[in-house]
Design a protein around this ligand. Structure first.
Ligand code: F6P
Length: 366
């Protein structure tokens, strides 16, 4: 912990893809600042765009009142504004380093701390700005649950809830029509969302990037179920699962983004293959951004509040270039340089996978 730091004016931004609980963090940081430390708060609009273009707005107590349950982010976000490789939208220019402009805007606004709420891209930019002298405190967010240094990210539980509910609903229609339903979950290159959502919904086959599968094994699992008299099959597949040739199914390429590949579509491919190889009528459901929208669960509201509060307390203690992470029962500071650009994947032999296997879930690997 650094020396006590007087926090009179705070800046807060949300970067990267939105997720449920962002507003709950904004509320917690700003309310802790206003109520407990008499600080003033400024919201930086549209992620790092706001810092680059000096677009900020004052956040009073009333501005953050009533937003605990609200999905999305009242500040707006962006996943293309990187101050270290900035491309003016639609300009066709080469990327430029405009981070000095961010430092100037931060100083001119008289801010004492910058709270960066976001995923690995936002946090790694936050680390870069911290190295240039901005006192940064990060708060990790993502429905993917793949950030190192924290046991869980807010937004994940809300997304799991949506996957589980979708699987529940698809069960009844799969049963009625004797079909295989393939449900594609988000999660980028990590399988947390497909695994936990699939387990919660009682999925029969779960495919995640961390466990290599073969299409033949998936078909075998379906045939075995059919031999046991099961008239339907629920397959949950993570968007980051590769095709047998090792290729990802890509929805879009975005060169000027931290995350250059937008995954999506493996579920449609898989459903077609299964129908072809087993004769079981199959349908694909791509859950997509539904998983990121709407109100956070009670768990995420509380987690986001704890993280926002602790982020402020770390700043008040003079502890910067860190993010706040969940480790066991505690919220602890984690140096940003140790989290940025690394991913936390599902341990293939961990207890989640072992429990799923024990109740008969197939991972397509045997
Ligand atoms: O990182 C969150 C996430 O929702 C991923 O699960 C998904 O792959 C990606 O963002 C989608 O990004 P976009 O909103 O740019 O389509």
């Amino acid at each position: 912990m650094g020396a006590e730091h007087s926090i009179r004016r705070i800046g807060v931004l949300t970067g990267g893809g939105d997720c449920p609980g962002l507003n709950a963090v904004i509320r917690a940081v700003v309310k802790t600042g206003i109520l407990q430390h008499g600080a003033e708060a400024y919201g930086i609009l549209d992620g790092y765009y706001g810092l680059i273009r000096n677009r900020m707005r004052r956040l009073n107590y009333e501005d953050v009142s009533g937003i605990l349950t609200l999905g999305g982010t009242i500040l707006g976000t962006s996943n293309r504004a990187n101050p270290f490789a900035y491309v003016e939208p639609d300009s066709g220019d080469e990327p430029r380093d405009v981070s000095d402009r961010c430092v100037e805007n931060f100083r001119e606004a008289g801010l004492d701390v910058l709270f960066c709420i976001g995923g690995d891209g936002t946090l790694s930019i936050g680390h870069g700005l911290a190295l240039k002298g901005i006192p940064v405190v990060g708060v990790p967010k993502t429905i993917d649950n793949d950030i190192c240094g924290t046991d869980v990210t807010f937004g994940f539980d809300s997304a799991v809830q949506i996957v589980a509910e979708a699987v529940d609903r698809l069960h009844t229609t799969a049963m009625s029509h004797q079909r295989a339903m393939v449900i594609e979950a988000m999660g980028r290159y990590a399988g947390w969302l497909a695994l936990v959502g699939g387990m919660a919904g009682g999925g029969d086959i779960i495919l995640i990037p961390e466990i290599p599968y073969t299409i033949e094994n998936v078909c075998r699992a379906i045939e075995e179920r059919r031999d046991q008299g099961k008239r339907f099959h629920i397959v949950v597949v993570a968007e980051g699962v590769r095709q047998p040739d090792g290729e990802y199914v890509v929805r879009q390429r975005v060169e000027d983004s931290h995350d250059k590949i937008r995954l999506g579509g493996v579920g449609v491919w898989l459903a077609a293959r299964l129908e072809e190889m087993t004769d079981v009528e199959s349908r694909a459901v791509v859950l997509g951004h539904v998983q990121r929208g709407g109100s956070p669960t009670a768990f995420d509201r509380v987690l986001a509040t704890r993280l926002g509060h602790e982020a402020f307390m770390q700043a008040a203690g003079g502890n910067f270039d860190i993010m706040v992470g969940v480790q066991g029962p505690d919220i602890v500071p984690v140096p940003l340089e140790t989290v940025a650009d690394e991913q936390r994947l599902v341990p293939p032999d961990g207890d989640l996978v072992r429990a799923a296997r024990a109740v008969g879930t197939s991972f397509g690997d045997a």
